[in-house]
Each structure stands twice: as structure tokens, then as C-alpha cells.
Design a protein around this ligand. Structure first.
Ligand code: TXA
Ligand code: MG
Length: 352
């Protein structure tokens, strides 16, 4: 397929929030949910090689995977998620050498890959020419976001499929990321071919995204790898500048429950649920971590947001979360989720 026709395809993809779009426009698929046995992983690998859509666990969140070299399969990801046209996808590789064959790796990328891969870190780097990766993955940018995940099922799937796997989080756009197979099914049943179930994700927050395509490394998304750890290896990260959605995950209202959020709350008001943190949050409806562990809070965060969002409350109040380590990534998600929809067009940059 020529670059020109690919860009045309990009423009045909849904441009706005289209949750209301009738499902009849989408190819209906029979979605199987399989426990992640070696046989199930092999079945998933075959489905990917046939151009299918497979949701699989990573240490961060569940991903919605497709063969990153197959334009039609990548386009099907956008359709299943109702993803805005401009939002590029992360490509997952079995190891750093395979990633380095697809993008221009420099010394900084090598040092970060040595320190943190496999793991919850995504690097944005310039595309190599003719690297076989679908242009749709980059959504018109000259870069590709690459990651080597550490979760054993994800690694086995990458090895068995023998393909780079393009995978955004396996939720519908503007819904919170899934940390269990049942979250995936709630959003994508009937829209994808298979869900590999390996229980809850260990970290529960998406990967940290760092842009290395510029002279100064830039933090594009706070995530499962604390910024402090990255800065210890390559020095201070810049905050993104400019108004263009360089990383559209920075759209201010990217992670959104269906009801209002009130942050830094000490108690629930009338009709409010309280999402607590730490031992002092005694009246909490749910507590992210009664012992005050940020790791535990990160792992529980999306599942508890989903649960409270289903409950009989007018709004959700949230205890203060310390602004260190993974707490910064949790506060980032909370601030976005608390942004009223009409302000949710373009992002202010995420301060690192
Ligand atoms: O933990 C994760 O990162 C999960 C698992 C499945 O790997 N994936 C994930 O993907 O969260 P997604 O698509 O939901 O978020 C990817 C983020 C988005 O904010 C996107 O805009 C940004 O990465 N991104 C992807 N490619 C990019 C590129 N070439 N340049 C800048 N930002 C990019
Ligand atoms: Mg996502």
C-alpha cells in the first residue's frame, strides 16, 4: 500500500469521540477469553499472524494487539477502540535488538534499554526507512514508540508470533485502561478476536513514555516507571512544549470516569464515594492502599475507578496522593480525569 493511500485511510478513521456510533458500522467478531496456557498463547500468536486482534496482559495494563506490519490489522485496532485518528500506537518487541532495527537507537536509548527493558518504559525514536512497520502506527509522525514488555505471557506471545505487536491499552478510547481480562471484555467484547487472561496486571499504570527523537529527552507520559529512575540514567527530562498533541495521550481528558471527581478530599460529601489512600482514610468507600503504598495504589487504581464509576454515587472524592514516584503518575491520571469534558480538547503539557 502506498504512503498516500495510507494517509487517506488515516483521515477516514473516526476523528472525534464516537462512543455513540452504532456498532453495525464495525465488523462483529466472536471474542473468546482464554486462560493464558501455552496452547492459548499459541492460538493467539496464530490469530495475530492472520491479522486478528488479540488482547494480552503486560506488566502495566492489558494491550490490544495486532501485527504491526499489517496495515489492515492496525486499522482494525483504531476501529475497535473508536480511537481518534491522530493518536499513534506503541509497538512491542521481543527484545531491544529487534526494536533497534525498527527505529534509530542512540546512546541514550541504549542506556535506558539496558537499564529498564524488559519493563514499563516506552521510547519514542525516529523511524528507520523501510522498517516494515505500518505507517498507520505512527499516525503521520516520523517516529515510532517502542517498548519491550516484561510480563511472561506478553513475552511468550511476542516470541511465538515472531512479529512486532502494535498495542494500545485494550479499552475504548476515553475509558480507563484495563488491568484485568474482564475490564477488556466490558469494553471490547464482540469487537476483537481473543483475550488472553493472566489475571490482574502487576503495575496497573501504563508505561512511562520518553521522547528521544529530540535533542533533550522529553517526558511525554508519567507511568509505571518513576521519572526519578529514568533521570538517574540519562539526566533531567524536559516537559513537553507547544500546543500540538505530540503525544496525544496528553489530551487533558484522556482518562475519564463518567462522573465528577473531587481531588485532595479528606472526607466524602453527600452522595459522594471516597476513594481513599493510607491508614487515615478510615471512612473510604474503597482504599487504594490502606497501608499507604504507592505501588499497591497504582495496581488498584484503574480497577477501583471502574468500580466506583459503576456505583450509586453522584461524584467521586479522592484522598490526597503523595507527589513522589508512582504517586506522580497516579496524580497525573486523576488530574486528567477531573478535567471537565469541555476543557478536554488539547492538553497542557504534563509537568515531569
Ligand atoms: O503500558 C502501556 O504503555 C500500554 C501497554 C499495552 O503497552 N499501552 C498503552 O498504549 O498505554 P496507549 O496507546 O494507550 O498509549 C500510548 C501513548 C499515547 O499517549 C500515545 O499518544 C503515545 O503513547 N505515543 C505513541 N506513539 C507515539 C509517537 N510516535 N510519538 C509520541 N507519542 C506517541
Ligand atoms: Mg490508552
Amino acid at each position: 500500500m502506498s504512503d498516500g493511500s495510507l494517509l487517506c485511510m488515516l483521515h477516514l478513521l473516526p476523528a472525534t469521540r464516537t462512543r455513540d456510533r452504532p456498532d453495525s458500522e464495525l465488523t462483529q467478531r466472536q471474542t473468546s477469553i482464554l486462560k493464558a496456557s501455552p496452547e492459548a498463547i499459541h492460538e493467539a500468536a496464530l490469530a495475530l499472524r492472520r491479522g486478528g486482534l488479540v488482547a494480552f496482559p503486560t506488566e502495566t495494563v492489558y494491550g490490544l494487539g495486532a501485527d504491526a506490519t499489517n496495515d489492515a490489522a492496525v486499522a482494525a485496532i483504531f476501529a475497535a477502540k473508536n480511537r481518534p485518528q491522530f493518536n499513534p500506537l506503541i509497538v512491542h518487541f521481543a527484545d531491544a535488538d529487534s526494536a533497534a532495527a525498527a527505529v534509530a537507537f542512540d546512546g541514550r536509548a541504549r542506556r535506558l534499554a539496558d537499564a529498564f527493558w524488559p519493563g514499563p518504559l516506552t521510547l519514542v525514536l525516529p523511524r528507520r526507512a523501510a522498517n516494515g512497520i505500518s505507517l498507520l502506527v505512527s499516525a503521520g509522525l516520523e517516529t515510532v514508540a517502542v517498548r519491550v514488555p516484561g510480563q511472561p505471557v506478553a513475552r511468550a506471545l511476542l516470541a511465538d508470533a515472531g512479529l512486532p505487536i502494535a498495542a494500545p491499552s485494550a479499552n475504548r478510547s476515553f475509558s480507563v485502561s484495563p488491568t484485568t481480562a474482564s475490564h477488556v471484555a466490558a469494553d471490547l467484547d464482540g469487537r476483537i478476536d481473543l483475550i488472553l487472561d493472566d489475571g490482574p496486571c502487576r503495575l496497573g499504570l501504563e508505561s512511562t513514555v520518553v521522547d528521544l527523537s529530540t535533542e533533550t529527552p522529553t517526558l511525554l507520559r508519567l507511568g509505571g516507571l518513576p521519572v526519578e529512575d529514568i533521570e538517574a540514567v540519562i539526566g533531567t527530562l524536559a516537559a513537553p512544549t507547544g500546543s500540538a498533541p505530540k503525544s496525544p495521550g496528553m489530551l487533558s481528558r484522556h482518562y475519564a470516569p463518567g462522573r465528577p471527581l473531587r481531588l485532595n478530599a479528606t472526607a466524602a460529601g453527600p452522595d459522594e464515594a471516597l476513594l481513599g489512600f493510607g491508614p487515615q482514610a478510615t471512612g473510604a468507600t474503597l482504599n487504594l492502599s490502606p497501608r499507604g503504598s504507592l505501588e499497591e495504589a497504582a495496581a488498584n487504581f484503574f480497577a477501583m475507578m471502574r468500580e466506583l464509576d459503576r456505583g450509586d454515587f453522584a461524584a467521586i472524592a479522592v484522598s490526597p496522593i503523595p507527589q513522589t514516584g508512582l504517586g506522580r503518575a497516579i496524580n497525573d491520571r486523576l488530574t486528567r480525569a477531573a478535567t471537565p469534558p469541555e476543557e478536554g480538547s488539547l492538553a497542557g503539557a504534563t509537568a515531569p
